[in-house]
Design a protein around this ligand. Structure first.
Ligand SMILES: [Zn+2]
Ligand SMILES: [Zn+2]
Length: 351
């Protein structure tokens, strides 16, 4: 190698995780990320001296899950050198995502909308929680999908009940590591069915900390029926957040999709009346609600939740996109529920 390498003392697992995080944050295809996440998981349980010995005798690629490019990263990190791939990605994807929004982002204490590999997310629950901690969050609400969303492996009542036990185990594990007050909260992104009812058993919804309700089907329903449907869900005392209200897609791999049609004034007035927050969905391909609706909700006095809707750990960093839009709309941070401390959030969500 030419020149003197930069020092790196994070170790191989941190280097692989950081590469994956940066790829996800930079919206690279999942298949490019997978190798790094798999390699990190493969070497995590191995003692450091064993990894170092395998690097020294050139057998690290014999570990299932470690390939040529991930072996290069591991080798550099074990030697205390900055892996080339990591240095390149820090340059390419490590900078600010948008010019504005950082001030409001610094005031967010958590995220109310995220997915794990239990539904259509790409990573295990604990990896999402670790990354949320690294981003400085006090809480992350795990909101995997509900039964009817079969394309996203929505959770049956039995699977959701099982997941609640896993969330408790993750919190126990985190506090045994000295988890510094972080809580993984129990949640759901529950489908709003055609008649406005919620797609999960009420006694299970009652056991959750926070519930996001979203429309995912029949987005082209006529405006009158869609308004009724959405207000039906908003009136349900379990509903806390109205997820990506128009369902539009403005860019990206899934193509574009127009906004659902509904009486936005009536829907947002119902949100005010029933103390439901309007989600500012930060995903770049959603940018939902559109600016005119965001300003209408602001003028009507709605609460908001700025959510990442992350389907991978690196996407938890998407919140700044929503913060930039909320800042531009001049929304008072105290009306954004995830600027609140956890106890205030939980009191509001379970009144
Ligand atoms: Zn959704
Ligand atoms: Zn979602």
């Amino acid at each position: 190698m030419v020149g003197v390498s930069e020092r790196y003392d994070g170790g191989p697992v941190a280097a692989l995780r950081r590469i994956a995080f940066l790829l996800e944050r930079g919206r690279e295809e999942t298949y490019k990320v997978k190798a790094y996440r798999n390699a990190a998981a493969a070497i995590l349980p191995l003692p450091a001296d064993r990894v170092a010995a395998m690097v020294a005798d050139g057998t690290i690629t014999k570990v299932a899950g470690v390939g040529a490019s991930t072996a290069k990263v591991i080798t550099a990190a074990v030697r205390g050198e900055m892996p080339e791939r990591l240095a390149a990605l820090e340059k390419e994807h490590g900078g600010p995502l948008v010019p504005n929004g950082a001030g409001l982002r610094a005031r967010l204490r958590g995220d109310l909308h995220s997915h794990s590999d239990w539904s259509d997310g790409g990573s295990p629950i604990e990896e999402m929680a670790f990354t949320a901690i690294e981003l400085g969050h006090d809480y992350l609400v795990l909101t995997d999908h509900s039964p009817r969303l079969t394309v996203a492996r929505g959770l049956s009542p039995e699977r959701l009940a099982r997941q609640l036990g896993v969330v408790e185990a993750v919190n126990d594990h985190l506090s045994s590591l000295g988890g510094d007050g972080f809580t993984l909260l129990k949640g759901i992104e529950v489908d709003i069915l055609d008649d406005g009812s919620l797609d999960q058993e009420d006694d299970l919804l009652a056991r959750l900390d926070v519930r996001v309700a979203s429309v995912h089907s029949k987005l082209k329903m006529d405006a009158k029926d869609m308004t009724k449907r959405m207000i039906g869900a908003i009136r349900n005392p379990r509903t806390n957040v109205l997820g990506h209200c128009t369902g539009r897609l403005v860019t990206g791999g899934r193509g574009t999709r127009p906004e659902s049609q509904f009486d936005a004034r009536a829907v947002f007035e119902a949100c005010v009346e029933h103390d439901v927050a309007v989600e500012i969905n930060s995903r770049p391909e959603r940018r939902d609600p559109p600016t005119a609706l965001l300003e209408l909700a602001r003028d009507l006095g709605c609460l908001f939740s700025i959510d990442s809707d992350a389907h991978a750990p690196g996407q938890l960093d998407f919140q700044v996109y929503g913060c930039e839009r909320a800042e531009a709309a001049g929304i008072d941070p105290d009306r954004i529920v995830n600027t609140w401390p956890e106890d205030r959030l939980l009191t509001w969500a379970n009144r």
